[in-house]
Design a protein around this ligand. Structure first.
Ligand code: PMP
Length: 397
């Protein structure tokens, strides 16, 4: 008897497949706009200097590799909660706290298990489209997954469709919102949109789960947290998942947190006891290194200011690539058609290119992006924007 006879193969992650195809392409002028990591002008995903310095100190000062607690590194949790909610947020006295998780993905999975175990019967509502892993994480935790419209067929934010759908969601369900730098579209809600969403959330008594994976990549560390802080101030209860992968360049160190805001200090303790219990069954205790790095950066004024200026550099590079690409499309009469690329925020852009156009870009010009037309703007080369604009113009003809 074979135990594994009935095991069928599932398709690999399409973005990883795209990476493989890119690697195998012998064209020296190839361009990778697929995978979702930041790249610098040399095409590398750098380790920020502040991270290197903090790591050096850690290696010298570390005396034990014993487990850290179920909620992780206490200094990391305290400093990250301040970064997300604001240094002087009164909630941090007793009504809000962070639990360290392996990356933003771990935070999402812990949130999913918490909802499944402690709020049975609640469904979760995701934007259409959303980061594909959202779909599978919540399904894996056994939650009913549904969608609200987000971007219309015209490749624009569909705020009216979104609000109308949210108004129909069963009372008490969970709605996942992207704090900034929406993945995969790059379309973010404006302040007025957020206030309207908040009103529906209140009216329908929904529980928001805000995914905050790109703090500092949109408009700035504080600016990007505006909606999160608005919701935290206006609602008694809130879940926030935070990732340090992009803004600290710590991707492989799996560093993130699940923040909970509860109505009372007592309730916060109840919820956190459940999170520690659920995390025990998932990863027992979180990995230490990345969180220790983040804690030592955020706890040291000099390192923090170095890190924040490095983060400014990453954000500005992406912003100038966005503006540069739209400008490079001008001679082809396409600047208006692609003006949204300059308005979107974060690394990703729903370009509005069709799957056929994406395929032609790949076949004829060795430009690799996801079939949905999502491009990682950070993968662009400032010196080659004209080349890319010419390729886009060729497939748009
Ligand atoms: N949420 C979103 C929207 C993301 O794009 C990502 C990373 N691609 C994550 C969460 C998770 O990030 P990580 O687990 O790498 O910290």
């Amino acid at each position: 008897m074979s135990h594994f006879n009935r095991v069928v193969r599932v398709p690999g992650d399409p973005i990883l497949g795209l990476m493989e195809a890119y690697r195998g392409d012998p064209n020296p002028a190839k361009l990778d706009l697929g995978v979702g990591v930041y790249k610098d002008a040399q095409g590398l995903t750098p380790i920020p200097r502040a991270v290197k310095l903090a790591e050096q100190r850690l290696v010298d000062g570390q005396t034990s590799k014993s487990y850290i607690g179920g909620h992780g590194d206490a200094l990391f949790c305290a400093r990250l909660a301040q970064l997300v909610l604001g240094a002087d947020n009164p909630l941090l006295d007793a009504r809000a706290a962070a639990s360290q998780t392996p990356g933003g993905t771990g935070a999402l999975r812990l949130a999913a298990d918490f909802i499944g175990h402690c709020l049975p019967g609640r469904g979760i509502w995701l934007s259409d489209p959303t980061w594909p892993i959202h779909e599978s994480i919540f399904a894996a935790a056994g939650l009913p997954v549904s969608h609200y419209p987000y971007v219309g067929a015209d490749n624009r934010l569909d705020i009216e469709g979104m609000l109308a759908a949210l108004a129909e969601i069963p009372r008490g369900d969970v709605v996942l919102l992207h704090a900034c730098c929406h993945n995969p579209t790059g379309f973010d809600l404006g302040p007025r949109d957020w206030k309207r969403v908040l009103e529906v959330v209140k009216a329908r008594e929904l529980l928001p789960l805000i995914d905050f994976a790109y703090q500092g990549f949109g408009d700035g560390l504080e600016q990007d947290a505006w909606a999160v802080r608005l919701f935290a101030a206006e609602l008694p209860e809130l879940l926030i998942t935070s990732s340090c992968s992009k803004n600290f360049g710590l991707y492989r160190e799996r560093t993130g947190a699940l923040l909970v805001c509860a109505a009372t200090p007592e309730k916060l303790l109840d919820v956190r006891s459940q999170l520690a219990f659920l995390a025990r069954n998932l990863w027992s205790t979180p990995p230490a290194h990345g969180a220790a790095v983040v804690a030592s950066i955020l706890d040291d004024a000099e390192l923090k200011s170095l890190w924040s200026s490095e983060l400014d550099g990453m954000r500005q590079r992406v912003a100038s690539l966005r503006a540069g690409l739209v400008e490079a499309l001008q001679p082809y009469g396409l600047a208006e058609r692609f003006a949204h690329i300059g308005v979107q925020r974060g690394m990703f852009s729903y370009t509005g290119l069709s799957p056929q156009q994406v395929q032609r870009l790949r076949d004829e010009f060795s430009v690799y992006m996801v079939g949905s037309g999502r491009a990682n703007v950070a993968g662009l080369d400032a010196e080659r924007l004209d080349e890319l604009a010419a390729a886009i113009a060729a497939v748009c003809r």
